[in-house]
Design a protein around this ligand. Structure first.
Ligand code: ADP
Length: 308
């Protein structure tokens, strides 16, 4: 085998109270990464689509490939072609999807058959390089799909639950360039200590999300998407957050939260038609604040798959 192409979906991490642990894969957006053996001993990256670095030390795919080569004593050069379908910097797990696809493709190409925690660890090496933090929640959802929980352990493990059939997501992306929303900054504003009462309520809400997925009930999981610890701080950096939230609930959303570190906002619905109206209302709420936005309706996505 000389070449493997893998599709990896974007993801929404946290879902409110599941900070750094929960994520869902987003079916509507994905990257496709092709890893091929090269004649040289270099790692060469070619990006189609969004403007992300092609320097292998700066592109997460290059970082993952270097880590893999180091771990497995591989000296062969690699050509990595990335077709970007997920806009970077919007909290949609763009770098996580490229990292996941590259890790998965390398494991297949070299017949390593890495297990799930090993794939997460390898992919998160890319995240560590791009964001300064190893986002295991994003890469776990992109790798394995569905609703995904990264459990630090020990032992480290990933639990995935398939989504309810009637779960639809409306994702609105405000087209704002806020350097402060970069993941590193978004983390620097996190509270240093947590009020005990808030912790108790967040634990109950996070449990409701898990129960909602297990009972395949979009209403229950939507109700759990309320975070009293991180979201109140991060939402201040998203202009229009409060009015977009109101608009989503008035149009029939069952839950609402920031996608990852933002600025994208995510609403949970139980019918496609409702999700379409919710997205329309979220976008017009951004419009009323003078902010243009993009967006999409999505199902929960599957994990990485080899496409050829
Ligand atoms: P997201 O919000 O989509 O998770 P991040 O803000 O965490 O994205 O990461 C985006 C950063 O990672 C950008 O600075 C981008 O240049 C860098 N990056 C490096 N490689 C990639 C890649 N293959 N795909 C997307 N972003 C990448």
């Amino acid at each position: 085998m000389q070449s493997v192409s893998v599709r990896a979906h974007g993801s929404s991490a946290n879902l409110g109270p599941g900070f750094d642990c929960f994520a869902i894969a987003l079916d509507a957006v994905y990257d496709e990464v092709t890893v091929s053996l090269a004649d040289t001993n270099e790692i060469e990256i070619n990006v189609i689509g969004d403007n992300v670095p092609e320097d292998p030390r700066k592109n997460v795919a290059g970082v993952v490939a270097m880590e893999f080569s180091r771990n497995h004593g591989i000296t062969t050069g690699l050509k990595i072609r990335i077709a970007k379908g997920i806009k970077p910097g919007y909290g949609l797990g763009s770098s996580g999807a490229s990292s996941a696809a590259t890790a998965f493709a390398l494991s297949v190409l070299f017949g390593k058959n890495l297990d799930r925690p090993a794939l997460v660890e390898l992919a998160s090496a890319g995240e560590l390089a791009s964001a300064g933090v190893a986002h295991r929640d994003n890469v776990a959802a992109s790798l394995f799909g569905g609703f995904s929980m990264w459990i630090e352990g020990p032992p480290k493990r990933v639990i995935n639950i398939p989504p309810p059939d009637d779960l639809y997501l409306a994702v609105a992306m405000p087209l704002i360039e806020i350097p402060t929303m970069k993941t590193m900054y978004a983390r620097s504003v996190l509270p240093q200590s947590v009020d005990f009462e808030k912790h108790v309520r967040n634990t109950a809400n996070a449990s409701e999300i898990v129960v909602g997925f297990m009972l395949r009930d979009a209403r229950i999981l939507g109700e759990g998407m309320r975070d009293e610890i991180v979201e109140p701080v991060r939402s201040k950096f998203i202009p229009g957050y409060a009015s977009v939230r109101r608009a989503a609930f008035s149009a029939g959303a069952l839950g609402f939260t920031i996608s990852g570190a933002g600025p994208s906002l995510l609403a949970v619905c139980d019918q496609r038609q409702v999700a379409v109206s919710v997205l329309k209302e979220m976008k017009s709420a951004f419009d009323s604040e003078g902010i243009s936005s993009d967006g999409f309706v999505s199902r929960v996505g599957s994990g990485c798959s080899v496409i050829h």
